[in-house]
Design a protein around this ligand. Sequence first.
Ligand SMILES: [Zn+2]
Ligand SMILES: [Zn+2]
Length: 133
Amino acid sequence: MIKITGSCHCARVKIQIPKNLNDVRLCYCQTCQKLSGSAFSAVSMVAAHDFIILKGQDNLTHYKSSPNKTRFHCKTCFSPIYVQLDSKPNEKRIRLGLLNEEPTVNITAHIWVSEKPDWVVINDDLPQLQEFV
Ligand SMILES: [Zn+2]
Ligand SMILES: [Zn+2]
């Protein structure tokens, strides 16, 4: 059985996902740039019941980055743990930097390419979506 584990940088928060991540998107939106400090985020959707917080639930803090979107971070080291959309209570979005192992990852698209910095060059043939909702 597949068991992917993840943690924040300081390891006060630990999570587990019992599945491979089959729908990973690289997101270049400005919010991902600001909140990751980098050019893009590798984002995956996980069913809420597959996202298990093993420890550190009480060490999470949150930030509403847009009206429908709340981002949960470690209170101590500020690592992103997951994103919750009000409109999708049964789903959590995670960034792959959270993970400890290197799971089988299937990247399906580049999203929010309209906000991609010019200095990032995409060198593959995956779909490039200008936006994404
Ligand atoms: Zn932490
Ligand atoms: Zn984004």
